[in-house]
Design a protein around this ligand. Sequence first.
Ligand SMILES: [Zn+2]
Ligand SMILES: [Zn+2]
Ligand SMILES: [Zn+2]
Ligand SMILES: [Zn+2]
Length: 226
Amino acid sequence: MAETSDGKCLLCGETVSKRMIKKHLDKCRVISGECVAEDNDKSGKYYCFAVQGLHDPKYWIYMDIFVGSTLDALDGFLRDIWLECCGHLSAFEINGQYFSSSPDRSLGDKSMNIRLEKILEVGTQFKYEYDFGSTTSLKLKVVSEYYGKKRKRSVKLLARNHQPDIQCSCCGKPATNVCCECIYDDTGWLCDDCAKEHECGEEMLLPVVNSPRVGVCAYAGGSYDE
Ligand SMILES: [Zn+2]
Ligand SMILES: [Zn+2]
Ligand SMILES: [Zn+2]
Ligand SMILES: [Zn+2]
């Protein structure tokens, strides 16, 4: 499978490598007027997060979120952009504490109804899991904080990896479908032609989408509107 680490800065439209994107955003945020010098009644404080697939780091995004937002809001965003298929449970693990979409208090879980600024600071790294059956795990890091213009949406997508080039496991043409059985031995990537002849049948096929949940459960793509 082809690896890619390039992506697009959504503030300026440029292609930037994953390695350079943090530096790029630090500059681009100032140039684009996204970032403001100080705290006043027209501004708010934001955390910038780097998020990637824990086992599949070629899927990555940078996003910022108002520090007064809750883990619930972050969970909702991650579901919208990368994960939601059938309303599975999810949880964050932050400094050894679990924050769950359906907390089991007897196990010490907390709910996601907690403000980010209470539990995170620049440098905090943490984990997120969606679906405890066919789990998709993400790694998150708070990479910076800054004051920005107040806005309606608490979360803003800043950058995202380009759709990886994935080739058909049979013939090498660009894959458009993935068989959710055969993906587990990495032979399930299929072009349109090979998909028609695939032995597992059409009902096992999912579209190739730009997400670490591609080919898993019933995941057919995100609903986040860039
Ligand atoms: Zn930019
Ligand atoms: Zn599902
Ligand atoms: Zn093919
Ligand atoms: Zn198959």
